[in-house]
Design a protein around this ligand. Sequence first.
Ligand code: HEM
Length: 416
Amino acid sequence: MTCPVFPPGFDFTDPELYTDRLPLAEFAELRRTAPVWWNEQPHGLAGFGDDGYWVVTRHADVKEVSTRPDVFSANAKGTIIRFGPDMQPENLEGLKHLLINIDPPEHTRLRQIVQRGFTPRAINALKAALTGRAERIVAEAKTKGSGDFVVDVACELPLQAIAELIGVPQEDRGKIFEWSNRMLAYDDPEYVDRPEVGRQASAELLGYAMGLAEERKACPMPDIVTKLVHASEEGSLSSDEFGFFVLVLAVAGNETTRNAITHGMHAFLKNPEQWELYKATRPDTAADEIVRYSTPVMSFQRTATRDTVLGGQEIKAGQRVGMFYGSANFDPDVFADPEAFDITRAPNPHLGFGGGGPHFCLGANLARLEINLMFEAIADAMPDISLLAEPRRLRSSWINGIKEMRVSYDGTAPAG
Ligand code: HEM
């Protein structure tokens, strides 16, 4: 197998590589020449004390890693390939309590319990409230004429959806929004010298959620917290387990969906024929194409529990294996014309929600619902929306994030 020629020190976890968009040319080179490639990080850059990790780029191989949890552990070294400069072993220990970092059989037990909140029926029950919410968000943004799409439009629905789902009282939602936003900015220059900002926000959110669980234990309400903390056939969550679950939701369900909505809008504005098509036909296939094309979560890692072989490459026990969804979602072996944004693409077996194993995105149906509701509201109320400036992106090699995107909601240039 030929080795790709990348300059010494080249690192797929370097946020600089993701400043404009996904590094599709580099991924294509790897898929062609070394689909499971050892990326050296000789200085233990990622904080794991090892000297590198495997970069997995082909759709088939990412699926294989996802669906073999006995060989590829989510728990051993967690699921994030590279943390910010504040990464310390004790942080990793704390993160091991999160659903996404737990292996079967413990994961199976927890997942069976929390899944009760995410049945098609439970998600459908949110539809009326979220439809009204999406329409109000868009109507309010429209009154401004122009503004930052991320703040005015994309931010709120994902947070409201989580708050609605777990039954956070209206008066506490501002706090939840603030903690969630602060927790996620670990890789950003505005926070990079102040890692305590994110840690403190997580601790506050955790404390709040544990308190909510205690309250519902004492005084049941018709909401999901009550359902999860009270015993049933599948078991129940302790207050601590519930707290960690809310932390996962705040990270997993918030920034991801917000970015899918912003990237989706950007893709529509860059592909006006797709926006015309969307407005005319509103195809069900649009949400999945938005997730494939934008890949809001660009990677997760696993750790080999024993020596194994992946895509013809030998992997040693204890080595980390990075699944690059941003590459798998553009694999020409699976997707015709992968770089085209095509909202009618079907089938669309993208891995934007994961590769189908035990950790497959719990909120995938909720995310699809939110994306659909948001674009329906935008198409109805602001069909002429236009881009005023190229987006400003989050500095991260994990979340494909947009921090700011100036748009005109009615398609006219702002005065002055
Ligand atoms: C897991 C992506 C929205 C909750 C995941 C994973 C990915 C992902 C890639 C890991 C899959 C794996 O390791 O195999 C996304 C994207 C979203 C989104 C792209 C939006 C477009 C949501 C929402 C929620 C949510 C709205 C809930 C409110 C979760 C949870 C997990 C997860 C709880 C962990 C599941 C487990 O470990 O068993 N998501 N997600 N996600 N997601 Fe999402």
